[in-house]
Design a protein around this ligand. Structure first.
Ligand code: NAP
Length: 240
């Protein structure tokens, strides 16, 4: 069945790969992010592949922006079926670097941004009696590493919020957390701390393509309505 699928942070990396993959499955995509040129390029690739897509500028830290993103899609298409909460930043650093503004940024994007999406989509899902939240968390939702204290905290929070949703919601609404290991993307580009940046060069050497995560999202969405894939952890085989 063709679904209306919303993806945040769809201009690059995992969000981009997920949007492209789901459009090939026949779903209509609504893609959001701050860099409109990047979204336009993704939309062009989707249309060239025969898919359909709407593009919306979106800052997930702005609650009204997220509400407009979700409500606009619901108005246009009469429903929303899937929200992939993917937008994220990862400016890693040791706590004693005191990059407090970067801590705030991670909290704002990775936690508040996710919550804004839930607040916007939940009323639609409840009215429809169905819907699907997909959260892109991280293996950082399962383990803490030096330089990752705040990032991992935001991903533990993303995991907890999504698991809480699963427990609270009616069975018609499905909930999936996908936790990637090291994936090729622009994510490490948000690191400003020189030590953390250097450490990541080795750590991120064995990365898998974002399509591997898109496959996991497609698998969860493609299950029959009575099957809820709650959690998938997808790492490079070489990652420990
Ligand atoms: N790559 C990995 O190794 C890895 C591992 C585990 C988890 N993850 C998670 O996967 C998700 C996607 O990351 P990625 O690896 O694909 O990195 P990426 O290429 O940097 O993608 C992140 C996306 O988030 C968007 N974004 C950032 N701040 C935003 C905001 N305020 N509002 C809206 N969109 C925003 C960015 O678009 P704009 O800048 O255009 O807004 C960007 O397209 C993140 O949640 C990340 O934590 C990644």
């Amino acid at each position: 069945m063709k679904k209306i699928v919303l993806v945040t942070g769809a201009g690059s990396g995992i969000g981009r790969a997920t949007a492209l993959r789901l459009s090939r499955e026949g779903h209509h995509l609504v893609i959001g992010g701050r860099r409109e040129d990047r979204l336009a390029a993704v939309a062009e690739a989707i249309r060239n592949g025969g898919g359909s897509v709407d593009v919306r500028r979106l800052d997930v830290t702005d609650r009204e922006d997220v509400a407009a993103f979700v409500d606009g899609a619901a108005e246009e298409h009469g429903r929303v079926d899937v929200l992939v909460g993917n937008a994220g930043v990862m400016p890693l650093s040791r706590l004693d670097s005191l990059l407090v503004e970067e801590w705030d940024r991670m909290i704002d994007v990775n936690i508040r941004g996710l919550l804004h999406g839930i607040a916007a989509a939940l009323p639609h899902f409840q009215r429809q009696g169905e819907g699907h939240f997909v959260t892109i968390a991280s293996i950082g939702a399962h383990q803490v590493v030096p330089t990752g204290a705040v990032y991992c905290a935001t991903k533990y929070a993303a995991w907890a919020i999504t698991e809480g949703l699963r427990q609270e919601l009616d069975p018609g609404i499905r909930v999936t957390t996908v936790s990637p290991g090291v994936v090729e993307s622009e994510l490490a580009g948000t690191i400003t701390d020189p030590g953390a940046r250097e450490a990541m060069r080795t750590y991120r050497a064995a990365a898998i393509p974002p399509e591997a995560i898109a496959d996991a999202v497609a698998f969860a969405i493609g299950q029959p309505p009575e099957v809820d894939v709650n959690e998938l952890v997808v790492r490079p085989a070489r990652q420990r």
